[in-house]
Design a protein around this ligand. Structure first.
Ligand SMILES: [Zn+2]
Ligand SMILES: [Zn+2]
Length: 615
């Protein structure tokens, strides 16, 4: 692909810049011309509406007049995003698809080339052609793709352009997008149905060949992640590995391709296992470690020997994890640790403590009851959809067109990962790779997002679990008192000498009690204040969060907030049941507030929609 930098000029005046007069770093002359005396081209470029009318009324031929290189006034209006002037020129007979400039482009293509989405929407609404090939054989979607104007790419597809439309030389928009050093255009095209493995009929390159030849690491990741084949050969019989081997930075490229295409190259072939076996391995590991440590500390040998064996175990585990588990799998470790801890603590209780606490005791029955609530909440916190924002193709196209026409089609309002409109209080979760309604945080201990639908279960889990742990610790106390005859907590050596493994389990229980209680207290305080964890941590991103007065615009007082969390009617308090997946602005939210709560809300209704979106 050859360079296609804009090379559009109007040589009728040397002062006229070949780029838009605003927002371009290529303009040296910052002096704004006199709006009363300037020529018509300059008046159009700078948006001097009255001056344009004055000159065009005096000479109506100006709207269709071809300037140098066949450029028209509408071209200059388009690249400078002068909507009102463009509207006026069209009303006076300007040709919407006039072809001019060095690249034989229409005004629409000038607007696309410079990333002017608003003007693109305007010209398309007036029937401007998008499938015409310019002087370089590219149509609108190819120009937008090669220059990284992802929102224009999405808009053109939503309006009906073919996502796999071939340019004059057989290149798809996806191939053109490989020149852009960020993932957005590649990702949007793939999500909108681009054919990933299409080959250029001439040289048989795929989009991945282009990405590798351009050292476009982000695009390489997106393409392979989406299923791009690495074994397709071009007309020189080269696959992307051959291609990478020839590149200047071949070592990095080859390593990246290897990482993306195979689970782990460090492992010898005979030791390679598939993903599900690896996952099983990492889930099993904490179960083995916890019981092995218990076994080692109970060995009747000198304590130095125990220390050496424990250190050896630590080294073994580290090595095992480094070899077999990549970052993604290691992210599964917390949930495995949580489940293994739960399993062994209950096993310890049954094996060691129950003979002393007895089945029908307050301690045992209490533990059983709270275990039911804790486990039920835990199961639901893991399994329930946290409130992922979903869409379908029709709805997506409608959303794109609607946002573009309202001049709100940008990263503030639209997630380019999920291709969904971002609801108020939502956030894209990097781990889940989805936008989550009323996002709180992603919890590795449940390996799920804590969002609109899972917050009650997660809160239940971290509320009931410390209670269970307190029952466990009480069981430990009974055990030490009766089995070891330890009557004072200060007799640490007596405790260790009695049964070190029980001390190990007790230590695990104490650690979990401490941090889960702290987390629970923090989370409940936030919930009662009407905030999510994300809003408090990233308050600077959200215009609707004002921490100066400590109030959330979504809070109706702690009692109502608590009822909303429990989602149950308590006395005369009924839950509000907001559908956070479909509330986009503060105004939307304010309209949905039940009448009985309207006076107690802290939100103001005079926020403009533009200002009330989240990021
Ligand atoms: Zn998203
Ligand atoms: Zn998540």
């Amino acid at each position: 692909m050859n360079s296609t930098e804009p090379n559009i000029s109007n040589s009728s005046s040397n002062k006229v810049p070949p780029y838009p007069v605003e927002g371009s770093t290529l303009i040296n002359n910052t002096t704004i011309p006199d709006r009363h005396t300037t020529d018509v081209v300059t008046a159009v470029q700078y948006g001097f509406y009255e001056r344009v009318i004055e000159l065009v009324e005096a000479d109506p031929q100006l709207t269709t007049k071809l300037l140098d290189d066949n450029i028209t006034l509408l071209h200059w209006a388009a690249i400078n995003n002068r909507i009102e002037i463009a509207k006026y020129l069209i009303s006076k007979g300007a040709k919407i698809d006039a072809i001019g400039g060095a690249l034989h482009s229409t005004p629409l293509y000038w607007a696309i080339r410079d990333g002017k989405l608003e003007m693109t929407v305007f010209l398309v609404s007036y029937g401007a052609q998008t499938s015409f090939f310019d002087g370089e054989g590219a149509a609108g979607i190819h120009i937008a793709s090669m220059l990284g104007h992802s929102y224009i790419v999405a808009y053109l597809i939503a309006k009906g352009d073919d996502v796999n439309f071939l340019d004059k030389f057989g290149l798809t928009p996806l191939m053109h997008a490989q020149r852009v050093m960020n993932r957005d255009p590649t990702q949007i095209l793939i999500r909108l149905g681009a054919d990933i493995n299409h080959q250029n009929p001439d040289n048989k390159y795929t989009a991945l060949h282009y990405a590798v030849s351009n050292n476009n690491y982000d695009a390489i990741r997106v393409l392979i992640d989406a299923g791009a084949k690495t074994n397709i050969r071009n007309s020189d019989n080269e696959d992307v590995f051959d291609f990478a081997a020839k590149a200047k930075n071949s070592r990095y490229l080859l390593r990246l391709l290897s990482e993306l295409t195979s689970s782990n190259k460090v492992v010898p072939r005979w030791l390679e296992v598939n993903r599900s076996t690896q996952l099983f391995g990492i889930k099993l590991l904490p179960y083995i470690i916890i019981i092995l440590v218990a076994f080692i500390v109970d060995l009747e040998v000198w304590f130095i020997y125990k220390g050496v064996v424990l250190f050896g175990l630590y080294v073994l585990i580290r090595g095992y994890m480094m070899i077999f588990f990549d970052d993604k799998l290691q992210g599964k470790a917390p949930i495995a640790i949580a489940q293994a801890s739960i399993f062994w603590l209950y096993a310890c209780y049954i094996y060691y403590f129950l003979p002393y606490t007895h089945v029908m005791s307050f301690n045992c029955i209490g533990l059983l009851i709270f275990t039911y609530f804790s486990w039920k909440s835990y199961y639901l916190a893991i399994k329930v959809d946290p409130g992922y924002i979903v869409t379908n193709t029709d709805q997506l196209h409608r959303t794109i067109i609607q946002l573009a026409e309202q001049n709100m089609f940008d990263s503030e309002h639209f997630c380019t990962w999920c291709l969904v409109r971002r609801p108020l209080r939502s956030k894209h979760c990097r781990e889940c790779r989805k936008c989550v309604a009323k996002f709180d945080h992603h919890c590795p201990w449940v390996d799920n997002c804590v969002g609109d639908k899972t917050l009650p279960y997660f809160t239940g889990f971290i509320f009931f679990t410390p209670i269970c742990l307190l029952f466990f610790l009480y069981g430990a106390l009974v055990y030490y008192r009766n089995h070891c005859n330890v009557t004072s907590i200060g007799l640490l050596s007596a405790i260790i000498n009695c049964k070190a493994s029980v001390l190990w389990f007790t230590g695990i229980a104490m650690l979990h009690t401490f941090w889960i209680s702290a987390l629970c207290a923090t989370l409940i305080t936030q919930i009662l204040g009407g905030f999510t964890t994300n809003e408090l941590f990233n308050f600077w991103r959200y215009k609707y969060i004002r921490l100066d007065d400590g109030l959330s615009p979504f809070s109706f007082g702690w009692k109502q907030n608590l009822v909303d969390l429990l989602n149950r009617r308590i006395l005369w308090y009924a839950p509000t049941n907001f559908d956070w997946a479909h509330i986009y602005t503060l105004d939307d939210f304010n309209e949905l507030i039940p009448t009985r709560l309207r006076r107690s809300t802290k939100s103001s209704s005079n926020n403009s929609p533009k200002n009330s979106f989240n990021v």
